[in-house]
Design a protein around this ligand. Structure first.
Ligand SMILES: Cc1cc2nc3c(=O)[nH]c(=O)nc-3n(C[C@H](O)[C@H](O)[C@H](O)COP(=O)(O)OP(=O)(O)OC[C@H]3O[C@@H](n4cnc5c(N)ncnc54)[C@H](O)[C@@H]3O)c2cc1C
Length: 426
């Protein structure tokens, strides 16, 4: 039985690992495994494809990655901040109102109190969910503009089902106490994070990719003929398969399925996602701070998130340059000009007091992540279910963040890969 896996991201690596010595080929179009968990350097500073840190509730993934790691992972409390109204407050905004302008705090508290007493229908969109969960003050002053910026979609079309694990939900008592004084509110899953001791996030997955390296062919998947159960690669190799595990973005899979019916092609068009420009700057270490992340809703600031990756581990902190990476999301609903983006990011950093002067930027890099966040809409679950069923009928298993259009982190992706591999063995 031959399994072909498209993609050597966490899902693909997990499948290959779990398949043991069974016949398996992993196709990867980049020159390195790791997928969105890869890292790169700019002017001596180490960056990931957007800020990455490790935390997990999957015991098997935790055990596997820590057993493989050459050193114990670097572990620390997450030091994240929000920039709003010209000041910094700790993350998350909703439980750290202290220090914001008094009229903003009053709006947020009164809105939260009114909302706590209100009853209503279950929210149908992210817009409704935010107001229903926090009231109109917190919604208006941060969570609405922040989420509009991040998702690059009108919040009316974004479904709210994923929010439970992703948006911190303090109760009214925590909101009020966090408005009266600065507290250390840490009731959220990534309050403590881990990161490789040396190098970027990719090092977390390096030992696993080394273990399955002999199965990886660095060649792009170009086409699948479902009737013949054969994949063709960029180099022209034809690979017959019994099972195909597809971790590439679903619209790309459908576009490359030569015998996909029109109905399947039209379903794939219902899937929505956003993209990111990553603006990575290597700056003079005199600008170093101890922050890990800064979130900004202000429309005058071009990014929604700033990643200060040198603080991810002690070895990165000792580097002679300090890295700052701005995540700027875009989509067909929110166009962002790439020209001049570095200057706009640098100007915002100076305005925020995070960079002394543009002259402190030694090197910079702008790169695009075409598929960054899958955007869940009301149409997503049915579209993914239909595509899953269609492909399952042809021996194709879908897996991963964009293979299943699921807002998951790398730990859940790896778990999914291990589960798929074991299922195939069975
Ligand atoms: C901004 C951002 C921040 C994140 N933060 C975190 C975090 O803090 N912690 C965390 O654990 N996770 C984080 N993630 C999520 C994590 O990166 C993903 O969940 C994980 O990488 C998904 O794994 P995957 O295997 O599903 O897909 P991917 O990692 O996307 O891997 C898919 C692979 O398929 C390959 N491929 C695509 N098309 C083809 C083709 N035609 N032929 C051959 N190969 C192909 C790609 O090159 C890639 O290697 C973050 C993601 C983003 C975008």
């Amino acid at each position: 039985m031959r399994t072909v896996v498209v993609g050597a991201g966490p899902v693909g690596l997990g499948v290959a690992y779990a398949l043991g010595d069974q016949d398996c080929i992993v196709l990867e179009r980049e020159s390195e495994a790791g997928g969105l968990c890869r890292s790169f350097t700019v002017g001596g500073a180490t960056f990931d494809y957007g800020g990455h840190a490790f935390f997990t509730k999957h015991a098997e993934v935790d055990e596997l990655l820590t057993r493989f790691a050459p050193h114990e992972l670097y572990r620390q409390p997450r030091n994240a901040w929000v920039y709003a109204y010209g000041t910094f407050v700790p993350y998350p905004f909703q439980s750290n109102l202290f220090g914001l302008p008094v009229d903003v705090v009053a709006d947020c508290l009164l809105g939260a109190a009114r909302q706590a007493a209100a009853a209503g229908d279950p929210p149908a969109s992210l817009r409704e969910w935010i107001t229903a969960s926090f009231g109109d003050g917190i919604a208006r002053h941060f969570l609405m503009p922040y989420n509009e910026k991040l998702w690059a979609h009108p919040l009316d079309v974004v479904a709210p089902q994923w929010t439970g694990e992703r948006i911190v939900q303090p109760d009214l008592e925590d909101i009020v106490l966090g408005a009266l004084s600065r507290r250390d509110y840490r009731k959220y899953p990534n309050a403590n994070v881990r990161y490789p001791h040396q190098g970027g996030f990719v090092e977390l997955y390096r030992p696993l990719s080394t273990a399955v390296e002999h199965r990886i062919q660095y060649d792009e998947f170009r086409q699948v003929d479902l009737a013949r159960r054969t994949v063709v690669t960029k180099s022209g190799t034809a690979l017959p398969f019994d099972a195909l595990v597809a971790t590439l973005p679903l619209p790309d899979l459908v576009a490359r399925t030569i015998d996909a019916p029109a109905e399947v092609r039209s379903i794939a068009q219902r899937l929505r996602h956003n993209s990111l420009y990553l603006v990575s700057l290597a700056v003079d270490p005199a600008n170093a701070s101890d922050m890990h992340r800064v979130y900004a809703a202000d429309p005058e600031i071009p990014f929604h998130k700033l990643v200060l990756n040198n603080n991810s581990s002690s070895s990165l902190a000792a580097a002679p340059v300090f890295g700052m990476q701005a995540e700027v999301s875009f989509s067909e609903h929110k166009q962002v000009a790439r020209d001049g983006l570095v200057d706009r990011v640098v100007a915002a950093l100076v305005r925020m007091g995070l960079l002394r002067s543009p002259a402190d930027v030694g090197a910079c890099d702008v790169r695009e992540v075409r598929y960054a966040y899958p955007v869940a809409t009301t149409q997503t679950p049915a579209a993914v279910a239909d595509l899953r069923e269609f492909y399952a009928g042809h021996g194709v298993i879908l897996g991963g963040r964009f293979g299943e259009w699921s807002y998951i982190n790398s730990d859940s992706a790896l778990q999914r890969g291990l589960d798929i591999g074991r299922e195939l063995v069975r």
